[in-house]
Ligand binder design. Structure first.
Ligand code: BG6
Length: 488
């Protein structure tokens, strides 16, 4: 069998029965993503045989946990479960409060395994803040639930290089690296994987994918949402640790990496880690930190808080493909729009033949844009002639949306995709200890000497300093034109 055939066979196989031990079962992520995601995996028959044993500090029992889960699904599930579908899913939910101790947890897990039969596998999902991660690992060890199990870890993995190294060291005392799945849900997004498909599945893009043809790259993820109920987590995290060192750098690696020898975990990790090794340390002078006006009034936020809710930075990958090409990254809360785009700006030609006032170049360089939103769009924007007499140019675009594809309905939500991959033992879309440690290493100059936070207005694009940061270029957002809506 060829590698490709093996992949197909693997994808077609039903997933083995699994007990999912969910730490942080009453938390925000569990409610928003994990419970709805697992319900969908059950309903879609991709992972029909699962039992979930939830645990957290909250004093709940099976019934009250089911009620909480029901409320979460009603609010966050993208399809609406029928009564019988809910009953089926509810019967798979169990709860053990952490106060009951490791033995009670072990009992609940073994009972669930017995219900699933002799093929049952076990996966732990640590949906807990970094400081609680090791305590959860210790509980798993004390409950003797390590052997033969897998563990999914949520970011952030540590808060700096030293804590990440320590976390990995202690984690490796209990779990081997191939048991560990470090999740970064941006890599589970369909459009993120489409970056690899587009880059490596076509002849058109790869020859121009380098410093000779590309002027600058932007990875821009403004959000309109605020901190909501997460003040305690966010105060000690901030936008850089929450989004950049994790999601934005992982996406950057997909954009910048060399072609891997195979679409397999080791080959992909090797290429991503080479990108991270080539990154130059983040220079605090190339970073703008911002905090939206009103953040300090949120309950749980210190009136003197220096936590950034916004960050924009310029970084470089010092290798043969990218030397000298700036990468601009930006993300923040309570901004003007919610977008997740990657924009590749091509070098501008001389254009000396166009008459003055023709409009060529007036709207910035020609661009290729990937939109990581669920509709997964791509556009190529370039100058073309405005119909009519003379030679006036307008910026026009070709746009593609995944919604136009016949299989658009098959798309899995990022967490569904990644939980399924972890159950199948596929590490391809997960991050590695080596890569994460290197990212903390390049971040250290910024963490040691962060520039002051500057205020920005709610509903803006960040503090004014973002324009100096990117000069002589300009931010691609806000777009000069809206995406065309597809009529399918
Ligand atoms: C999470 C961050 O990892 O990603 C959040 O902790 C952020 O602060 C979220 O809002 C964004 O994810 P998505 O999938 O909504 O773009």
């Amino acid at each position: 069998m060829t590698q490709v055939e093996r992949q197909y066979v693997k994808a077609a196989q039903a997933t083995a029965p699994h007990v999912v031990v969910l730490f942080g079962a009453a938390g925000d992520l569990a409610k928003r993503k994990l419970l709805p995601g697992m319900a969908n995996l059950v309903l879609s028959s991709l992972a029909p045989d699962i039992e979930i044993v939830g645990t957290s500090l909250e004093e709940l029992d099976d019934d009250s946990y089911r009620a909480q889960a029901k409320a979460a699904l009603d609010e966050f599930d993208r399809r609406h479960l029928s009564d019988s579908e809910w009953d089926d899913f509810a019967s798979k939910l169990h709860y053990v409060p952490s106060s009951a101790g490791p033995d009670a947890l072990a009992r609940a897990v073994h009972e669930a395994e017995e219900r699933l039969g002799p093929d049952a596998h076990r996966i732990h999902y640590l949906s807990v803040p970094p400081k609680a991660a090791l305590a959860a690992v210790d509980t798993i060890a004390a409950a003797r639930l390590v052997e033969g199990s897998r563990i999914i870890m949520e970011k952030p993995f540590g808060t700096d290089l030293a804590s990440a190294v320590e976390l990995n060291r202690r984690l490796h005392k209990t779990f081997t690296e191939d048991q560990i799945f470090r999740i970064d849900h941006f890599l589970g997004k369909e459009p993120a994987q489409n970056i690899l498909a587009i880059r490596f599945g076509n002849g058109l893009f790869e020859p121009i994918w380098n410093r000779n043809f590309i002027q600058q790259i932007q990875i821009d993820v403004p959000e309109t949402l605020g901190i909501e109920q997460r003040a305690a987590f966010y105060e000690s995290t901030g936008a850089y640790r929450d989004m950049v060192v994790t999601h934005l750098f992982q996406i950057l690696a997909f954009v910048a990496m060399e072609a891997p020898t195979a679409l397999e975990p080791q080959a992909i990790s090797e290429e991503k880690n080479k990108v991270f090794r080539s990154m130059t340390p983040i220079d605090p002078d190339n970073v703008v930190r911002g905090q939206y006006v009103g953040y300090k009034d949120i309950p749980g936020v210190s009136p003197e808080s220096e936590t950034e809710t916004f960050v924009a930075l310029k970084c470089f990958i010092d290798n043969w493909r990218w030397a000298g090409v700036p990468f601009y990254l930006r993300t923040g809360k309570k901004m003007a729009e919610g977008q997740r785009i990657i924009s590749i700006a091509f070098k501008e030609p001389p254009r000396s033949m166009f008459p003055s006032g023709s409009g060529v170049g007036a709207k910035g360089p020609d661009h290729l844009t990937f939109d990581l939103a669920d509709a997964s769009k791509m556009s190529l924007s370039f100058y073309g002639k405005r119909p009519g007499p003379g030679m006036r140019l307008d910026k026009i675009s070709m746009q593609f949306s995944m919604q136009e594809q016949a299989n658009a309905g098959d798309v899995l939500e990022a967490y569904e995709r990644l939980i399924l991959d972890a159950m199948r033992g596929d590490h391809t879309l997960f991050t590695t200890a080596e890569g994460i440690e290197r990212l903390w290493e390049v971040s250290q100059p910024l963490l040691d000497d962060p520039p002051p936070v500057r205020p920005y207005a709610v509903g803006s694009w960040g503090p004014n300093a973002i324009h100096q940061l990117i000069a002589p270029y300009a931010w691609r957002l806000p777009f000069e034109r809206v995406w065309r809506e597809s009529h399918h």
